[in-house]
Ligand binder design. Structure first.
Ligand code: MTE
Ligand code: MO
Length: 230
Protein backbone atom coordinates (compact mmCIF):
# COMPACT_ATOMS: atom_id res chain seq x y z
CA UNK A 1 0.00 0.00 0.00
CA UNK A 2 1.12 3.53 -0.72
CA UNK A 3 1.77 4.94 2.75
CA UNK A 4 2.15 8.68 3.09
CA UNK A 5 5.18 9.89 5.04
CA UNK A 6 3.63 13.13 6.15
CA UNK A 7 0.15 14.51 5.82
CA UNK A 8 -0.67 18.07 4.95
CA UNK A 9 -4.30 19.03 5.21
CA UNK A 10 -7.23 17.02 6.47
CA UNK A 11 -9.44 14.53 4.72
CA UNK A 12 -13.13 14.09 5.33
CA UNK A 13 -14.04 12.09 8.43
CA UNK A 14 -17.28 11.07 6.68
CA UNK A 15 -16.41 7.37 6.61
CA UNK A 16 -16.32 7.28 10.39
CA UNK A 17 -18.46 10.01 11.83
CA UNK A 18 -20.67 12.76 10.52
CA UNK A 19 -18.41 15.51 9.19
CA UNK A 20 -18.77 18.20 11.81
CA UNK A 21 -15.53 20.20 12.25
CA UNK A 22 -15.86 20.29 16.01
CA UNK A 23 -12.30 19.74 17.08
CA UNK A 24 -11.00 22.60 14.97
CA UNK A 25 -13.97 24.64 16.14
CA UNK A 26 -12.64 24.06 19.67
CA UNK A 27 -9.41 25.71 18.59
CA UNK A 28 -7.35 22.52 18.40
CA UNK A 29 -5.87 22.04 14.95
CA UNK A 30 -5.07 18.54 13.73
CA UNK A 31 -1.33 18.04 14.29
CA UNK A 32 0.79 17.14 11.26
CA UNK A 33 3.28 14.49 12.28
CA UNK A 34 6.45 13.61 10.39
CA UNK A 35 6.78 9.85 10.72
CA UNK A 36 10.43 9.95 9.59
CA UNK A 37 11.56 11.58 12.83
CA UNK A 38 8.79 10.67 15.26
CA UNK A 39 9.06 7.66 17.60
CA UNK A 40 6.41 6.13 19.83
CA UNK A 41 8.04 6.01 23.28
CA UNK A 42 7.22 3.78 26.26
CA UNK A 43 8.60 4.69 29.67
CA UNK A 44 7.90 4.46 33.39
CA UNK A 45 8.04 2.40 36.57
CA UNK A 46 6.04 -0.47 35.06
CA UNK A 47 8.95 -1.36 32.78
CA UNK A 48 12.14 -3.12 33.90
CA UNK A 49 14.77 -0.51 34.79
CA UNK A 50 12.08 2.22 35.08
CA UNK A 51 13.26 4.10 31.96
CA UNK A 52 12.56 7.83 31.85
CA UNK A 53 11.24 9.48 28.68
CA UNK A 54 14.72 10.24 27.37
CA UNK A 55 15.69 6.57 27.78
CA UNK A 56 12.35 5.19 26.61
CA UNK A 57 11.75 2.11 24.46
CA UNK A 58 11.18 3.66 21.02
CA UNK A 59 9.29 2.44 17.95
CA UNK A 60 9.28 4.12 14.53
CA UNK A 61 6.21 4.06 12.29
CA UNK A 62 8.00 1.48 10.12
CA UNK A 63 8.75 -0.62 13.24
CA UNK A 64 5.05 -0.62 14.15
CA UNK A 65 3.96 -1.55 10.62
CA UNK A 66 6.32 -4.54 10.81
CA UNK A 67 4.99 -5.93 14.10
CA UNK A 68 2.22 -8.54 14.43
CA UNK A 69 -1.14 -6.85 13.89
CA UNK A 70 -4.84 -7.47 14.38
CA UNK A 71 -7.94 -5.99 12.79
CA UNK A 72 -11.10 -5.30 14.75
CA UNK A 73 -14.35 -3.45 14.18
CA UNK A 74 -15.11 -1.02 16.96
CA UNK A 75 -17.26 2.03 17.51
CA UNK A 76 -15.91 5.17 19.10
CA UNK A 77 -18.54 7.26 20.83
CA UNK A 78 -17.89 10.65 22.33
CA UNK A 79 -18.97 10.89 25.96
CA UNK A 80 -20.88 14.00 24.86
CA UNK A 81 -23.03 12.17 22.30
CA UNK A 82 -26.56 13.49 22.83
CA UNK A 83 -25.30 16.30 25.08
CA UNK A 84 -27.46 18.87 23.28
CA UNK A 85 -30.57 17.23 24.76
CA UNK A 86 -29.64 18.39 28.28
CA UNK A 87 -30.72 21.86 27.22
CA UNK A 88 -33.38 21.11 24.59
CA UNK A 89 -35.21 18.41 26.62
CA UNK A 90 -34.20 18.88 30.24
CA UNK A 91 -33.60 22.60 30.59
CA UNK A 92 -30.13 21.99 32.05
CA UNK A 93 -27.06 24.04 31.26
CA UNK A 94 -23.99 22.04 30.24
CA UNK A 95 -20.68 22.96 28.65
CA UNK A 96 -19.14 21.34 25.60
CA UNK A 97 -20.31 20.72 22.04
CA UNK A 98 -24.11 20.46 21.90
CA UNK A 99 -24.08 17.13 20.06
CA UNK A 100 -27.29 15.54 18.90
CA UNK A 101 -26.70 11.92 17.92
CA UNK A 102 -23.80 12.27 15.46
CA UNK A 103 -20.91 11.84 17.88
CA UNK A 104 -20.39 8.15 17.24
CA UNK A 105 -18.89 6.16 14.40
CA UNK A 106 -17.78 2.65 13.61
CA UNK A 107 -14.76 1.56 11.61
CA UNK A 108 -12.39 -1.33 11.00
CA UNK A 109 -9.11 -0.67 12.76
CA UNK A 110 -5.82 -2.46 12.13
CA UNK A 111 -2.91 -2.08 14.47
CA UNK A 112 -0.53 -3.59 16.96
CA UNK A 113 -1.91 -5.05 20.20
CA UNK A 114 -0.31 -3.20 23.14
CA UNK A 115 0.94 -6.56 24.46
CA UNK A 116 3.41 -6.70 21.54
CA UNK A 117 5.09 -3.36 22.28
CA UNK A 118 4.79 -3.77 26.06
CA UNK A 119 6.61 -7.08 25.88
CA UNK A 120 9.37 -5.58 23.72
CA UNK A 121 9.62 -2.66 26.17
CA UNK A 122 10.10 -5.20 29.00
CA UNK A 123 6.87 -4.94 30.99
CA UNK A 124 7.12 -5.95 34.66
CA UNK A 125 4.55 -8.02 36.56
CA UNK A 126 3.90 -4.98 38.75
CA UNK A 127 2.57 -2.64 36.06
CA UNK A 128 -1.03 -1.58 36.71
CA UNK A 129 -1.80 1.33 34.35
CA UNK A 130 -0.71 2.61 30.97
CA UNK A 131 -1.32 6.21 29.90
CA UNK A 132 -1.12 7.14 26.21
CA UNK A 133 -0.57 10.83 25.49
CA UNK A 134 -1.39 12.72 22.29
CA UNK A 135 0.91 14.94 20.25
CA UNK A 136 -1.72 17.64 19.76
CA UNK A 137 -1.37 20.96 21.56
CA UNK A 138 -1.67 21.35 25.32
CA UNK A 139 -5.24 21.69 26.55
CA UNK A 140 -6.03 24.91 28.36
CA UNK A 141 -9.20 25.66 30.30
CA UNK A 142 -10.01 28.89 32.17
CA UNK A 143 -6.37 29.89 32.45
CA UNK A 144 -5.09 26.46 33.53
CA UNK A 145 -2.80 24.47 31.25
CA UNK A 146 -3.63 20.78 31.65
CA UNK A 147 -0.87 19.64 29.33
CA UNK A 148 -1.29 17.17 26.53
CA UNK A 149 -4.38 15.00 26.23
CA UNK A 150 -3.86 11.72 28.10
CA UNK A 151 -5.97 9.19 29.98
CA UNK A 152 -5.02 6.04 31.91
CA UNK A 153 -6.06 2.49 30.97
CA UNK A 154 -5.59 -0.50 33.31
CA UNK A 155 -2.94 -2.91 32.01
CA UNK A 156 -5.54 -5.71 32.05
CA UNK A 157 -7.74 -3.77 29.58
CA UNK A 158 -4.75 -2.79 27.45
CA UNK A 159 -3.76 -6.46 27.17
CA UNK A 160 -7.34 -7.52 26.42
CA UNK A 161 -8.79 -5.81 23.34
CA UNK A 162 -7.03 -2.44 22.87
CA UNK A 163 -5.18 -1.64 19.62
CA UNK A 164 -2.46 0.80 18.65
CA UNK A 165 -4.16 1.42 15.33
CA UNK A 166 -2.46 2.70 12.18
CA UNK A 167 -5.21 1.82 9.68
CA UNK A 168 -8.86 2.77 9.52
CA UNK A 169 -11.09 0.94 7.02
CA UNK A 170 -8.06 -0.49 5.23
CA UNK A 171 -6.27 2.84 4.75
CA UNK A 172 -3.66 4.70 6.78
CA UNK A 173 -5.39 6.71 9.51
CA UNK A 174 -6.72 10.03 8.21
CA UNK A 175 -5.05 12.97 10.00
CA UNK A 176 -8.24 13.90 11.83
CA UNK A 177 -8.53 10.38 13.23
CA UNK A 178 -5.01 10.20 14.62
CA UNK A 179 -2.36 9.66 11.94
CA UNK A 180 0.10 8.05 12.29
CA UNK A 181 -1.01 5.99 15.32
CA UNK A 182 -3.97 6.16 17.69
CA UNK A 183 -5.26 4.08 20.54
CA UNK A 184 -8.59 2.29 20.07
CA UNK A 185 -10.21 1.23 23.34
CA UNK A 186 -13.30 -0.81 22.40
CA UNK A 187 -16.48 -0.08 24.40
CA UNK A 188 -14.92 2.67 26.51
CA UNK A 189 -15.65 6.41 26.33
CA UNK A 190 -14.26 8.12 23.21
CA UNK A 191 -11.72 10.15 25.16
CA UNK A 192 -9.83 6.97 26.11
CA UNK A 193 -9.04 6.37 22.40
CA UNK A 194 -6.11 8.81 22.32
CA UNK A 195 -5.21 10.03 18.82
CA UNK A 196 -1.75 11.04 17.48
CA UNK A 197 -0.22 9.03 20.32
CA UNK A 198 3.37 10.06 21.02
CA UNK A 199 4.24 8.26 24.22
CA UNK A 200 2.81 5.80 26.73
CA UNK A 201 3.62 5.91 30.42
CA UNK A 202 3.61 2.45 32.00
CA UNK A 203 3.24 2.63 35.78
CA UNK A 204 3.40 0.34 38.81
CA UNK A 205 0.90 2.66 40.56
CA UNK A 206 -2.51 3.95 39.39
CA UNK A 207 -2.30 6.99 37.09
CA UNK A 208 -4.67 9.93 36.89
CA UNK A 209 -5.26 12.78 34.46
CA UNK A 210 -7.82 15.57 34.11
CA UNK A 211 -9.49 13.36 31.50
CA UNK A 212 -10.56 10.72 34.02
CA UNK A 213 -10.96 12.92 37.10
CA UNK A 214 -12.46 16.16 35.75
CA UNK A 215 -13.60 16.00 32.14
CA UNK A 216 -16.22 13.68 30.58
CA UNK A 217 -17.52 12.89 34.06
CA UNK A 218 -20.90 13.20 35.74
CA UNK A 219 -20.77 14.66 39.24
CA UNK A 220 -23.29 14.84 42.03
CA UNK A 221 -25.71 12.53 43.83
CA UNK A 222 -26.01 9.19 42.08
CA UNK A 223 -22.55 9.38 40.52
CA UNK A 224 -19.47 7.78 42.06
CA UNK A 225 -16.90 10.27 43.42
CA UNK A 226 -13.87 8.26 42.26
CA UNK A 227 -11.95 8.74 39.02
CA UNK A 228 -13.73 7.20 36.05
CA UNK A 229 -12.18 3.86 35.12
CA UNK A 230 -13.94 3.42 31.78
N1 MTE B 1 -4.84 13.34 21.33
C1 MTE B 1 -6.17 13.42 21.40
N2 MTE B 1 -6.89 12.29 21.35
C2 MTE B 1 -8.24 12.35 21.39
C3 MTE B 1 -8.90 13.58 21.53
C4 MTE B 1 -8.12 14.77 21.57
O1 MTE B 1 -8.62 15.90 21.67
N3 MTE B 1 -6.75 14.64 21.51
N4 MTE B 1 -10.29 13.58 21.61
C5 MTE B 1 -10.90 12.35 22.11
C6 MTE B 1 -12.34 12.34 22.04
S1 MTE B 1 -13.14 13.33 23.16
C7 MTE B 1 -13.03 11.52 21.20
S2 MTE B 1 -14.73 11.42 21.26
C8 MTE B 1 -12.34 10.71 20.17
C9 MTE B 1 -12.92 10.98 18.79
O2 MTE B 1 -12.29 10.17 17.83
P1 MTE B 1 -12.61 10.41 16.29
O3 MTE B 1 -12.28 11.84 15.96
O4 MTE B 1 -11.77 9.44 15.53
O5 MTE B 1 -14.08 10.13 16.10
O6 MTE B 1 -10.93 10.96 20.16
C10 MTE B 1 -10.36 11.10 21.43
N5 MTE B 1 -8.93 11.17 21.31
MO1 MO C 1 -15.33 13.04 22.92
Amino acid sequence: MDRPRIWAGATSPRDHKRPIPWRTAAGKPTPLIDVRSRRLRLFGSGLHGSPTLDRAAAFSYEDLLGLPSREISAFIECTGNGRGFYSTQQNQQVSGTAWKLGAVGIARWRGVPPSVVLERADLTRHAVDVMPRGLDADYGDAGTNHGRVRRPIPVAKALDDVLLAYEMNGRPLPPDHGFPVRVVVPSWVGISSIKWVGDIEVSDAPLFSPWNTRYYRLFGPGHPPRAARR
